[in-house]
Design a protein around this ligand. Structure first.
Ligand SMILES: Nc1ncnc2c1ncn2[C@@H]1O[C@H](COP(=O)(O)OP(=O)(O)O)[C@@H](O)[C@H]1O
Ligand SMILES: [Mg+2]
Length: 279
């Protein structure tokens, strides 16, 4: 049987580290989608819906974009907050309309961001509208799953705020945590961002060591600040300037990481409770 390779390898290269998650996505999601017949021959269930969860700034959006690139498919991004505010029509009706439209797509990654807004817990205190929106989305998702050649990628920073029914088997094929970067991944995130900066000899090990607990977004923010500093130095001092390791360390030490200890503890809990990915 013919074997089709993935495309857009540079999309993976722009994501530093995260090798386990890349491997998982490649083997369990992208290759079966790209090689449907061969996968079905072996009884593999073709994945249709995945959920990425993790603290803000860990790379959920960059992964969703990279997934589309690696398949060579188009990407549609849908903000759950827009749905909630009625951009697609009256709440539950808007969800229904939108999902019907999406069923006509082909070779498309459909990215729902901030999913917790769409499937809020149906508690006693929840408003009728909230409950109706959650109901409608949960009703429509299995319908959308019947469409060929689409992949629904959902992302949330707050998986614990989602209605538990959304997390039961049958709705998502994989529920995958997106972790904080480890030492090597942090080095890679720096290396990638540094390519577009003017820097001297850099001690990436030292930078990675100083940034334990930082998200990639925190690291990007540090780099942006050093970039601005270098630009201003060269402009005002009228001589060439290359940023140093010490410049970075100074900025790192002033930066408050996004994820607090409490936030990290919550994420670890959520991983135990909701993570449903086979490594
Ligand atoms: N592993 C990574 N390597 C390099 N840059 C990354 C990585 N993960 C995230 N980024 C960058 O960090 C920022 C935040 O990532 P994003 O995907 O928006 O996070 P999230 O959607 O989880 O909040 C973006 O600028 C993104 O390009
Ligand atoms: Mg995002």
């Amino acid at each position: 049987m013919p074997r089709k390779k993935l495309v857009g390898e540079e999309a993976w290269k722009n994501i530093g580290g995260m090798y386990e998650l890349k491997d998982l996505i490649e083997h369990k999601i992208l290759l079966p989608l790209q090689n449907r017949e061969l996968a079905e021959k072996h009884g593999v269930i073709i994945p249709k819906t995945i959920l990425l969860f993790g603290p803000p700034g860990t790379g959920k959006t960059i992964f969703a974009r990279a997934i589309a690139k690696r398949l060579g498919w188009s990407l549609i991004g849908i903000s759950s907050i827009d749905i909630r505010s009625g951009c697609y029509g009256e709440r539950a009706k808007g969800v229904q309309q939108l999902m019907e439209d999406l069923r006509r797509k082909s070779k498309t990654v459909i990215f729902f961001d901030e999913l917790e807004e769409l499937v809020r817990r149906r508690t006693k205190e929840a408003s009728d509208v909230d409950r109706q929106v959650t109901n409608e989305f949960l009703r429509q998702l299995p319908e959308l799953r019947k469409t060929e050649d689409i992949l629904v990628v959902c992302a949330t920073n707050y998986v614990e705020q989602m209605d538990p029914a959304a997390l039961r088997p049958g709705r998502f094929d994989y529920i995958m945590p997106v972790d904080l970067p480890d030492f090597d991944a942090r080095k890679e995130v720096f290396r990638i961002r540094l390519k577009n900066m003017v820097v001297g000899d850099m001690n990436l090990e030292a930078l990675a060591k100083e940034t334990e607990g930082f998200t990639p977004a925190d690291i990007v923010e540090v780099c942006n600040r050093v970039a601005q500093m270098g630009f201003e130095k060269e402009y005002f001092q009228k001589e060439e300037y290359a940023a140093t390791t010490e410049d970075f360390i100074k900025v790192i030490r002033q930066h408050e990481p996004t994820v607090s200890e409490e936030g990290l503890a919550k994420f670890k809990e959520a991983k135990k409770e909701f993570g449903r990915a086979i490594y």
